[in-house]
Design a protein around this ligand. Structure first.
Ligand SMILES: N[C@@H](CCC(=O)N[C@@H](CS)C(=O)NCC(=O)O)C(=O)O
Length: 192
């Protein structure tokens, strides 16, 4: 099984961490540059959304990290996510998507702190999402190192790495991050 993606993407790293924790490192990771010609050709060939990650397994070509998780869970008989966990993942994905868009706009020379509808909506969304995620972490909802916790870790660590979120108002998320920071697979997949 071959996983294609970038080392920096939080969506890619979650699948790599799942692989190290639950699949006996059964995925071969291919680091691609999604902005160079070769990377874009691969993307165009295998994932029409032009995003990473995507997974190749025999005749299967699976894209979107959430669907890749479902595919791997079925193939390796991992626990399915319950509805609460699905909702957690929706929150984590919404925050990750919003921050990825903001980063791309910043790289396009656009100031995300401006008072404009798109940015105001993202700020409101991110404020809400991080407040709810903080409460969930505080309640112990991410105590098991399974897919939702892995995805949350990838979001927090990536947002710190890109300096996109001030985590000072979120002590539970900081403690959660600290708790796992020295795991071997986490240091091995650190994008810094
Ligand atoms: N819903 C997708 C999101 C993937 C995603 O946004 N990947 C980013 C990298 S972090 C990407 O490829 N962005 C390229 C672009 O937006 O053009 C998933 O879960 O796999």
């Amino acid at each position: 099984m071959d996983l294609y993606g970038s080392t920096t993407s939080p969506f890619v790293r979650r699948t790599r961490l799942l692989s190290s924790a639950y699949l006996d490192d059964g995925l071969v990771f291919h680091d691609i540059d999604i902005f160079d010609q070769q990377g874009r050709e691969l993307l165009s060939q295998h994932n029409p959304t032009l995003k990473v990650p995507f997974l190749l397994d025999g005749e299967h070509n699976i894209y979107d990290s959430r669907v890749i998780f479902r595919y791997l869970a079925k193939k390796f008989d991992l626990n399915e996510l319950n509805w609460q966990q699905e909702n957690q993942l929706t929150l984590i994905d919404a925050a990750s998507d919003s921050l990825v868009e903001i980063l791309l706009l910043m790289r396009s020379g656009i100031d995300p702190s401006q008072n404009a509808l798109f940015f105001n909506l993202q700020r409101e969304r991110l404020g809400k999402l991080f407040a709810v995620l903080e409460q969930q972490v505080e309640r112990g909802e991410y105590n098991d190192w399974y897919y939702p916790a892995i995805c949350l870790y990838c979001l927090i660590d990536w947002a710190m790495f890109r300096e996109l979120v001030d985590f000072s108002p979120y002590p539970s998320m900081r403690a959660f991050h600290q708790q796992y920071a020295s795991r071997d697979d986490i240091t091995r997949t650190d994008p810094r």
